[in-house]
Each structure stands twice: as C-alpha cells, then as structure tokens.
Design a protein. Structure first.
Length: 52
C-alpha cells in the first residue's frame, strides 16, 4: 500500500482529482485485502456444505 500512498502524494494529495482517485483505489484494495480471508473462509464453508 506504500506505493499507492506514494502515488497519492505524487499526484498532489487527496485534495486533487487524480490524487483522490488513487486514494480511493488505495482504500478499496486495503479493504479487499483485509476482507479476503473472511470471504475465503465463508467460501470453504459453502463448498464443504455442497460436498456433503
């Protein structure tokens, strides 16, 4: 996520249109990164139920 933060800074910060878009991208990917283990856990449970 450091690279995305560097991009926000290079584009003038989150107060600029480009910096704002990259900041939103950074935040979205941080969210997905944090949520993915839970999604995989849920998928494994669904897959196990289907296999029964």
């Amino acid at each position: 996520m450091d690279l995305a933060e560097d991009g926000v800074t290079a584009l003038g910060g989150p107060g600029t249109p480009s910096g704002d878009r990259v900041a939103h991208m950074r935040d979205y990917f941080a969210f997905v990164h944090d949520e993915l283990p839970l999604v995989l856990e849920r998928w494994r449970a669904v897959a196990a139920e289907r296999a029964e």
